[in-house]
Design a protein around this ligand. Structure first.
Ligand code: CP3
Length: 363
């Protein structure tokens, strides 16, 4: 492992480990992205996956929001995508402008087309290199988050061949071929474990798993098909790190739309932080998780289109709700949006969002 400069802002890590902090650490999902003119300028000259595969470019883009919002932002997240895992398993993925798979998995027989074993150092070493490079370039200003997609969300992309409104194809697999589906989900989960462990070895200081399509499943099917693989990941990462004598890092699960599962996730998923979307009141989430995990979230990203007053009101409300502490311990909180930021937002309104979090979350 490389020697890294000492961390100067550990708010995120303290909150993730369950401490209440003097103010809420804040970052934004998809913070390095199309709402930033400096991102669009670089992207104009490079393909999306070209950037992911070029450590210099991935580092540069990861640092863009850190530079722009220096002193206001408390975490960086490595520039990459959840779809690098299907690529590592042997699938072609294009970005035009959304993700598309020219050759998706139509039937269980197609699983034979995937690589039998995935050597993450060989297939995804470019992410590890980007992480190490970024960690050095950050000079300890803020911690660096590594991430991957959750098996169910990746499975859905690999079968649908892109985004979907109904998830008919992926769900056909679940209900017509439940055993083959579970086997594929587990294969993806094993790659996730190796990939996340590699990211920690490369320098990631917290790991987030994105289950963006969790809310498409019924509670029963989430438990059956997703939760088991999410647990497989948290357990596997902890076991592998401990076997290799490496200290564990906090893990966050963002299971969008799975608020019905919060109780279960807090009790038995093995994650330190649960990310919330905006469809649950923070005070209700607090009560459900009962101090067992830290929470992250959850302003509706579209509030950022509403102007400064709307942003300030929403932040004030969110801070009060997360920090009211009327039930048991108030608990730890990482301020964020309830999903990724979208392309049309004014970067100065994002600055205002950060400023409001600093002001209203101070205890
Ligand atoms: O958060 C960050 O700044 C780090 C980078 C990051 C990206 N994607 C960069 C990206 C992260 C953490 C992701 C995760 C991701 N990717 C998810 C999970 C989070 C979520 O939003 O639910 C998902 C579902 C994907 C798959 C994906 N990648 C889609 C659906 C799209 C197209 C639509 C969109 O939201 O932009 C992408 C492309 C993508 N990934 C872009 C960026 C900056 C824009 C692509 C471009 O430059 O053309």
């Amino acid at each position: 492992m490389s020697e890294f400069p000492p961390l100067r802002n550990d708010l995120l890590l303290r909150a993730a480990r369950g401490e209440r902090t003097e103010r809420a650490p804040v970052w934004i999902m998809r913070q390095a992205g199309r709402y930033l003119p400096e991102f669009r300028a670089l992207r104009a000259d490079h393909g999306f996956f070209e950037i992911c595969r070029t450590p210099e470019l991935a580092t540069e883009i990861t640092l863009q929001p850190i530079r722009r919002y220096s002193g206001l932002i408390d975490a960086s997240i490595i520039f990459s995508d959840i779809l690098v895992i299907p690529q590592a398993m042997g699938m072609e993925v294009l970005m035009n402008p959304g993700p598309s798979f020219p050759d998706p998995l139509n039937t269980p027989a197609d699983v034979a087309k995937l690589h039998q074993k995935v050597d993450v150092d060989k297939e995804l070493g470019y992410v590890f290199k980007a992480i190490t490079r970024t960690r050095l370039a950050l000079k300890g200003e803020v911690p660096l988050i590594g991430f991957c997609g959750a098996p169910w969300t990746l499975f859905a992309y690999m079968i649908e061949g892109g985004g979907s409104k109904t998830f008919t194809k992926a769900k056909t697999w679940l209900f017509k071929y439940p055993e083959e589906s579970k086997a594929l989900l587990l294969r993806v989960a094993d790659v996730c474990v190796d990939f996340l462990v590699g990211q920690v070895k490369a320098g990631a200081q917290l790991l987030q798993v994105f289950d963006s399509w969790a809310g498409e499943l019924s509670p029963h099917d989430f438990t059956l098909f997703s939760l088991s693989t999410l647990k497989h990941i948290s357990k596997g990462v902890h076991e592998q790190l401990s076997k290799q004598g490496i200290s564990p890092v906090p893990m966050t699960l963002f299971a969008k739309g799975a608020n019905y599962a919060l109780d279960n996730l807090a009790k038995e998923s093995g994650y330190d932080v649960l990310g919330l979307d905006w469809c649950i009141e923070p005070s209700v989430a607090r009560k459900i998780v009962d101090g067992k995990v830290a929470l992250q979230g959850n302003m509706d990203p579209n509030v950022l289109y509403g102007g400064r007053d709307a942003i300030e009101d929403a932040v004030k409300q969110m801070c009060a709700e997360f920090q009211r502490g009327t039930y048991g311990q108030a608990g730890a909180w990482i301020a964020n949006l309830g999903h990724g930021i979208t392309p049309g937002v004014d970067p100065e309104d994002v600055r205002w969002f950060f400023e409001c979090i600093h002001k209203y979350s101070a205890t």
